[in-house]
Design a protein around this ligand. Structure first.
Ligand code: FES
Ligand code: FE2
Length: 378
């Protein structure tokens, strides 16, 4: 990624609030790509379940008797009733029972019983299994794909970004703290904000003390016209004497084993999976931010802080500093995103302009236009 050499327009403003365009994006992206829906440890035992949202679709995530994760559309094969009305719970006796006429399914989605139905010769239970959804996981992050035949495997979708966090034992780690932020903005507004640091000097004074490159509004030292080629690749890093993302850059949590000296010294390694998830590996913890679009002008962020098992228990209140900076940055970004959304509603603002260091937005917009074009030609 390099600085833009000419001014580029932003996306048309109605793309951030028009309900029809929102549905086009759901179809072209969220219902076609792999989408992260949470962590595996959120359904630890056979029969545990959670209901998750992908766009306007509701899905049941559960585990069968041999511990495999299973994902189904939350709809009954009889006449389409919602099956699970709670956000999470446990299916007693491993049975998923419809609240309307009691059709009963196994944890593998097979139709097992249809109580009180008058028998006919043409009814075959095997024709009415729950609608299964493709799922796979990476480092304990559960992804689903709503298309009937995903165009690529999860690992291909994750691509080189996944390698950024290869050294972190993500699959062994567990979320020890989760927060939700419901923002009144289109999902793209948040992803755009994440894709640039032009806003950092003004919005994130605390973060800029920890990461000096951000004080210049740069995502990378390599973007700095005054930057002299040096022995690293220009990645931003925590300031000298600081170790991680906390307000003072210090931490009393144990260092994660297996990281290289460079990975530890840099203090922050990002892996971005446009546009449902980004994960940041720090020397002592991992933080993930998941996007859940909830409407044309709303998105929920789910933020998880991950540690190795037992660390949170043995360190008690020492985990609090780990939460503070990330929480503050999300609040600051969230406020800016909501102001951005409100302003996009102006009848005079048909489109804006990108400055050179907003190349991440341009790449995102090109990606988005490609997805919409693919969908139109499909
Ligand atoms: S709609 Fe589910 S049993 Fe009738
Ligand atoms: Fe920010």
């Amino acid at each position: 990624m390099t600085l833009l050499t000419e001014l580029k327009p932003t996306l048309p403003s109605p793309w951030y609030y028009d309900p029809d365009h929102y549905v086009r994006e759901l179809r072209a992206i969220w219902y076609r790509d792999w989408v992260c829906v949470g962590r595996l440890e959120e359904v630890p035992l056979a029969g545990d379940y959670r209901v998750v949202a992908v766009g306007e679709q509701r899905l049941i995530v559960t585990r069968n008797g041999v511990g495999q994760v299973k994902v189904f559309h939350n709809t009954c094969r009889h006449r389409g009733s919602t099956l699970c009305t709670a956000e999470e719970g446990h299916f007693p006796n491993g049975r998923i029972i419809c609240p309307y006429h009691t059709w009963t399914y196994s944890l593998d989605g097979e139709l097992l019983a249809t109580p009180s139905r008058v028998e006919t010769d043409d009814f075959r239970a095997r024709d009415f299994s729950l609608y299964a959804v493709h799922s796979d996981n990476w480092g304990g992050f559960l992804f689903v794909n709503l298309s009937s035949a995903p165009a690529e495997s999860l690992i291909d979708f994750l691509g080189v970004e996944a390698k950024e966090l290869e050294s972190w034992p993500l699959a062994d780690m567990v979320s020890v703290h989760q927060e939700h932020a419901e923002l009144k903005c289109n999902w793209k507004v948040f992803w755009e904000n994440y894709s640039e640091c032009y806003h950092c000097p003004r919005l994130h004074p605390e973060l800029c003390k920890v990461v000096p490159a951000y004080k210049k509004g740069l995502l990378s030292h390599a973007d700095d016209p005054e930057w002299q080629a040096c022995d690293d690749d220009g990645r931003p890093r925590v300031a000298a004497g600081k170790k991680t993302w906390t307000l003072d850059g210090q931490s009393s949590l144990p260092l994660i084993e297996g990281l290289s000296d460079a990975e530890r010294d840099i203090g922050m390694n990002f892996a971005s999976f446009t546009a449902c998830l980004f994960v940041v590996g720090h020397p002592d913890y991992v933080r993930s931010v998941r996007l859940v679009p909830t409407g044309p002008e709303s998105v929920t962020l789910v933020i998880d802080w991950l540690l190795l098992p037992g660390v949170a228990e043995s360190h008690g209140s020492e985990i609090e500093p780990m939460l503070e900076l990330g929480r503050l940055v999300v609040e600051q970004d969230g406020r800016a995103c909501e102001l951005n959304q409100q302003g996009l509603r102006s009848s005079r603002h048909e489109s804006g302009v990108l400055v050179p260091q907003e190349y991440g937005l341009w790449e995102f917009h090109e990606w988005l236009r490609g997805k919409l074009a693919d969908d139109r030609s499909a």
